[in-house]
Design a protein around this ligand. Structure first.
Ligand SMILES: Cc1cc2nc3c(=O)[nH]c(=O)nc-3n(C[C@H](O)[C@H](O)[C@H](O)COP(=O)(O)OP(=O)(O)OC[C@H]3O[C@@H](n4cnc5c(N)ncnc54)[C@H](O)[C@@H]3O)c2cc1C
Length: 293
């Protein structure tokens, strides 16, 4: 049984904002794959719900006039994987989405819910962090934009004020242009499991494919929130494509991370996986960009 006291269904973004003002303690529900579990466990017993499930305007991936990719937060994992726009410009996000849960979960879970829950293991989050996503947030005072780097405030805590909802995940053109990415989810089993470490790497190579112009690396579960490995990125900039770069990234990422020991894995084991996924992710991203080892 799901113990909730009322369900309000928004018919537009402005209606959702209005409902949030009228019911300030209500819980926003998108795909419901987190919220319904909390309801069933009694953690939100008696809550009022505001559903944004029917807002199809938030359920597509398009390109803004300035070239930014506009990913609607209600885009399900499955839709992200199948999106022609993402397949063309940022396939790594669809691939990351395809590692989440099982088929049923991927049909209901949304990319917006995946970051709004503030969870470090969220499979799409590290790729958005690695691509410097900008979040469009809408509330009673209008629309504001916030870098994803300022969004995570701590485990389970994000920078959404009461009465606000996420209305787009924007990927700036300079982040995805000529850029090739790769995501590795390391989990303790191949079947449905959350990440022990998630690693998203992307690179821009020089025109002759000999040099790394820019590398970006982000992790889930390497710290309390999804995070970038900036020391490693700085060490890679300008490096020739080759085994030397792989050695550098495997070593330098360890300066950036702060994994913890949990029942899933020890901190030391996670560090080993962090180093190895950086090595493998960088190699794969370089090869996708046309680099040859
Ligand atoms: C069986 C199972 C397996 C799972 N496996 C994985 C996995 O492998 N990898 C993974 O990353 N996750 C996994 N998850 C977690 C979950 O499915 C995802 O985090 C999902 O993306 C949440 O999206 P949702 O739309 O279902 O969120 P909901 O449950 O609807 O909402 C989650 C939270 O985000 C808020 N929210 C949602 N949308 C918005 C918005 N637009 N604006 C403001 N706040 C919003 C809600 O208020 C709520 O606090 C799993 C869950 C289950 C049940």
């Amino acid at each position: 049984m799901y113990d909730f006291s009322a369900l309000y269904e928004a018919t537009s973004v402005s209606h959702a904002v209005q409902l949030m003002q009228e019911h300030p303690d209500a819980v926003l529900i998108a795909g419901g794959s987190d919220v319904l579990i909390k309801l069933r466990e009694g953690k939100l017993a008696g809550a009022e719900l505001i559903s944004i499930y029917k807002l199809d305007e938030l359920r597509e991936v398009t390109i803004d006039p300035d070239g930014a990719l506009r990913i609607g937060p209600m885009t399900s994992f499955s839709h992200a994987t199948k999106s022609p726009v993402l397949q063309q410009y940022m396939p790594v996000l669809g691939e990351a989405a395809d590692t989440a849960g099982g088929p049923q979960l991927r049909n209901v879970g949304t990319v917006g819910g995946n970051i709004c829950n503030g969870v470090t293991s969220a499979d799409t989050a590290s790729t958005e962090v690695a691509y410097d996503a900008v979040l469009e947030i809408t509330g009673a005072n209008g629309v504001r934009k916030l870098s994803i780097h300022d969004f995570y405030k701590g485990p389970g805590k994000v920078a959404l004020e009461k009465g606000e909802l996420l209305t787009a995940i924007l990927i700036p053109k300079e982040s995805y242009e000529n850029c090739y990415g790769y995501y590795i989810k390391y989990a303790m089993r191949n079947a449905m499991d959350i990440a022990t470490i998630g690693c998203s790497v992307n690179v821009v190579l020089s025109a002759d494919k000999q040099t790394i112009q820019r590398a970006r690396i982000a992790y889930g579960v390497a710290g309390p929130v999804p995070m970038r490995a900036r020391t490693a990125e700085a060490a890679l900039a300008g490096q020739p494509v080759g085994e030397g770069a792989i050695e550098i990234v495997g070593r330098e990422v360890l300066n950036d991370v702060n994994p913890r020991t949990s029942w899933r894995a020890s901190a030391d084991f996670r560090k080993q996986i962090i180093s190895e996924t950086a090595r493998r992710g960088l190699r794969a991203a370089i090869e996708r960009a046309g680099g040859v080892f």
